[in-house]
Design a protein around this ligand. Structure first.
Ligand SMILES: *Cc1c(COP(=O)(O)O)cnc(C)c1O
Length: 499
């Protein structure tokens, strides 16, 4: 196949029905407005001199101009509703529309967080029911519902661990946290945020925690270990019980990063594995929408060892009524956030759980693992799996298959955009050279998986056949070529200045 990059530029800059979009400041004008009001009567200022004296500086657009601007921008975005979203570790599954319908019920959607508890019994029951099922699925006795993301859930769990260590009078001594080299960046960040120093545990040749190396690092100064299971290489930590025992014997706590719970929900109870605290990403495992920074929800389940250190608020049922406990007990580390957590996500997650049932949740995990192994089995014809054997919910490849082609992981990912696919997770986990982490989730049909695999296989063949220049030029069909994302993040230009 040859790529036609020679199409002549159009007068407008538009490409067929893909419209070039200017900034709203360029479309509208500071001296224009989309509405006609008669001039305001000259009245005495009732704002005590606080009325705006200068222009607000926002562009005026007509209603159709406003509509088109935002609809066109939205069409430049990629979404799970448009096609597969194989970002490893992110669990970009379909968000069932039933969830949306339930979340929009006025009784849930229009409730104010400061409404009296007597008027919010249904919402409190919903939080309590979701909490019950999260405890049931994880085999843990307590859960903090208020964390608003996975990373926030980690913070919750590690603050509970810190409080427990302080309560034992060991706060000054236990200052180290151990985390595998393949850990998600939020793990060490959370530990540091809680005042710990972080030390990496090496992986063994199979991509799992090196148990012997871990044991050597344990000691009376270790507060906790943070382990993801299944881990970010898409592999189940087979030694998980031995890991938990070793950490407990050394007096430390076992924080499990539960972001990959989708692979084992309904199959394995983390409580049986010796876990002391674990966050669950409702926006991954339980299908609430995510991407672009939120919203999310990261309830954190806690073992008996940590339950009394849990934050407020939590819901209890007394005399047939639901009550929100907002006053921290003696050991509680306090409050993590305003209000009660992400109610809209709770509603969606519970709708997902109840529409699936326990058998359905188990099948989700089985299908997610089956799909990932199907992708692994097909792609290994041309690509190089990072580790031998089956995977869990995501398939990890390294860049050995691109050796001597001049094509790098980033080029391969950019070429995927031209084929109509959002790239997989790249260069993570760090333990694998040029990592490509693919998580298809259970949502994709065999037809979709086959198309996706065919596209990647053809790209791999083209790379090996020497189409290096085409890869370096990719993406050619996207509205923009390669953007300097580092500069955009480090030196963001957030203010429009008139030309
Ligand atoms: C997604 C993820 C997190 C963080 O979750 P957020 O909701 O994005 O804060 C932590 N660990 C792992 C392994 C993840 O995949």
């Amino acid at each position: 196949m040859t790529i036609n990059t020679q199409a002549p530029p159009t007068f407008t800059g538009n490409k067929a029905l893909q419209i070039e979009e200017a900034l709203s400041f360029e479309i509208g004008g500071l001296d224009r407005t989309g509405v006609d009001f008669p001039p305001a009567e000259d009245r005495a200022d009732r704002l005590g001199g606080l009325g705006r004296g200068s222009d607000i500086g926002l562009p005026g657009l007509s209603e159709p101009e406003t509509m088109r601007h935002f609809v066109r921008l939205s069409q430049k975005n990629y979404a799970i509703d448009m096609g597969p979203f194989p970002l490893g570790s992110c669990t970009m599954k379909h968000n069932p529309r039933l969830n949306e319908k339930i979340a929009r019920l006025p009784g849930f959607a229009d409730l104010h967080p400061l409404a009296p508890q007597s008027c919010a019994q249904g919402a409190l029951e919903l939080i309590d029911t979701l909490a019950y099922w999260l405890k049931e699925l994880t085999g843990m006795p307590a859960v903090a519902m208020s964390p608003k993301a996975g990373a926030h859930g980690e913070l919750c769990g590690m603050m509970a661990i810190k409080a427990a260590i302080d309560a034992r009078g060991e706060g000054a001594r236990r200052t180290r946290v151990l985390a595998p080299e393949s850990a998600h960046g939020t793990n060490p960040a959370t530990a540091v945020q809680c005042g710990f120093t972080v030390e990496a545990i090496p992986a063994d040749a199979t991509g799992r925690v090196d148990l012997a190396a871990l044991k050597e690092k344990l000691g009376p100064d270790v507060a906790a270990i943070m382990v993801t299971n299944p881990n970010t290489c898409g592999l189940f930590e087979r030694d998980i019980r031995a890991i938990a025992d070793a950490v407990h014997d050394a007096g430390g706590y076992f924080y499990c990063d539960g972001a990959n719970f989708n692979a084992i929900a309904g199959k394995v109870k983390p409580g049986d594995l010796g876990v002391d605290a674990m966050h669950i990403n409702l926006h991954k495992t339980f299908s609430t929408p995510h991407g672009g920074g939120g919203p999310g929800a990261g309830p954190t389940v806690l073992a008996q060892t940590l339950a009394e250190f849990a934050p407020v608020p939590f819901v209890v049922r007394r005399d047939g009524k639901y009550q929100l406990v907002e006053t921290p007990g003696a050991e509680s580390f306090g409050r993590l956030t305003a209000f009660h957590g992400q109610m809209g996500m709770f509603t969606r997650a519970l709708a997902y759980m109840m529409s699936h049932g326990v058998d359905g949740v188990r099948q989700v995990a089985e299908d997610a693992v089956l799909n990932a192994n199907y992708v692994l089995a097909r792609l290994k014809a041309e690509m190089t799996p990072a580790f031998d054997g089956y995977c869990m919910h995501e398939a990890l490849f390294d860049d050995r298959f691109l050796k001597d082609t001049g094509v790098e992981t980033i080029d391969f990912a950019k070429a995927m955009i031209d084929e109509g696919y959002h790239p997989m997770t790249m260069y993570f986990p760090l333990v694998v050279h040029g990592a490509m982490l693919i998580e298809p989730t259970e949502s994709e049909s065999k037809r979709e998986l086959d198309l996706f695999c065919d596209a990647l296989l053809s790209l791999a063949k083209r790379a090996k056949a020497g189409a290096t220049e085409a890869f370096k030029a990719a993406p050619v069909y996207a509205p923009r070529r390669r953007l300097d994302e580092t500069a955009a993040a480090r030196k963001p230009v957030l203010r429009w200045t008139p030309a």
